[in-house]
Design a protein around this ligand. Structure first.
Ligand code: HXC
Length: 263
């Protein structure tokens, strides 16, 4: 177990699984600029850390994943300061998406505003039944500014995104699951077991292939279909230049488990 402590984050690595915990439980893990900057710093290290095979992002305590951007910091901001905060978050969340590792949001409670936007920047979302989701920004007189108008829309479609954002209402984990905003829902006391189970399934597979699959899905999503499938062909062909491909296929034919090296 490796641990690194930040002011507003906890970071541990165990068994190939890195866990980044937003750690401001007294304000329900609200994201202020210091925390967003620290997330950026942590991600820069995680990106090149070969001991982290899968990254889990979660919130400290039982009540909240992240209850949004820090309202006590935003209350007195002008437009220029607000733009800087939004860009800080966009940089951090873009870095999450561009990590070579698969990222899993373990949503342990309130997942609101910037918290929902953080979860939606991860590759997979696993939620506790007790978690609540929402984009309450319009109730504060602002629009979502950490990607909520864009990533939520891409996940659930315009109609649902507009309903969630314009009403500002909270939805349950079950409702979030039904609209495709959450991949798995389990009881809170089983949340980390479920996340570990998914992480271990991922880690059994060819590391280059998993990394490339994430890359092709994300890059392809922004392309027109002809270009996207031709990009898939190129990436697919590249996997045939890896030792993992030879090992994976030979292991199948020899009826044994593959021993991938990530080469
Ligand atoms: C700052 C927050 C906070 C937040 C909670 N707290 N959310 N502080 N920013 N986003 C603080 C409370 O002020 C309180 O501090 C403590 O955490 C506990 O919260 P309570 O409200 O007392 O808890 P409870 O009554 O159980 O209600 C939980 C809650 C509520 C429903 C989650 O806290 C809430 O509505 N929070 C705000 C959610 C929100 O609007 N998020 C979106 C922010 S805008 P004290 O000191 O009183 O104990 C956003 C925009 C992103 O994210 C993009 C902008 C560029």
């Amino acid at each position: 177990l490796i641990m690194k402590e930040y002011q507003n984050l906890l970071f541990t690595v165990e068994d190939g699984i890195g866990t980044l915990t937003i750690n401001r439980p007294k304000s329900l893990n609200a994201l202020n600029s210091d925390t967003l900057a620290e997330i950026g710093e942590a991600l820069a290290e995680i990106k090149t850390d070969p001991t982290v095979k899968v990254l889990v992002i979660t919130g400290s305590g039982q009540k909240a994943f992240v209850a949004g951007a820090d309202i006590s910091q935003m209350v007195s901001m002008n437009s220029i300061e607000a733009a800087a905060l939004s860009e800080l978050a966009h940089n951090a969340f873009r870095t999450i998406e561009s990590l070579p590792q698969i990222t899993i949001a373990a949503v342990n409670g309130y997942c609101l505003g910037g918290g929902f936007e953080l979860a939606n920047s991860c590759d997979i979302r696993v939620a506790a039944t007790s978690a609540k989701f929402g984009q309450p920004e319009v109730g504060l007189g602002i629009v979502p500014g950490f990607g909520g108008t864009q990533r939520l829309t891409r996940l659930v479609g315009r109609g649902k995104a507009k309903e969630i954002i314009a009403t500002g209402s909270q939805i349950t984990a079950k409702e979030a699951h039904a609209i495709g905003a959450v991949e798995e829902v389990v009881e809170l006391d089983q949340l980390m077991d479920k996340v570990n189970e998914i992480a271990h399934k991922i880690m059994k597979n060819g590391p280059v292939a998993v990394r490339m699959a994430k890359y092709v899905i994300d890059q392809g999503a922004d392309l027109e279909l002809n270009t996207a499938i031709s990009f898939e062909t190129q990436m697919w062909a590249q996997t045939f230049a890896t030792k993992d491909q030879t090992e994976g296929m030979q292991a199948f034919l020899e009826k044994r488990h593959a021993k991938f090296t990530g080469e």
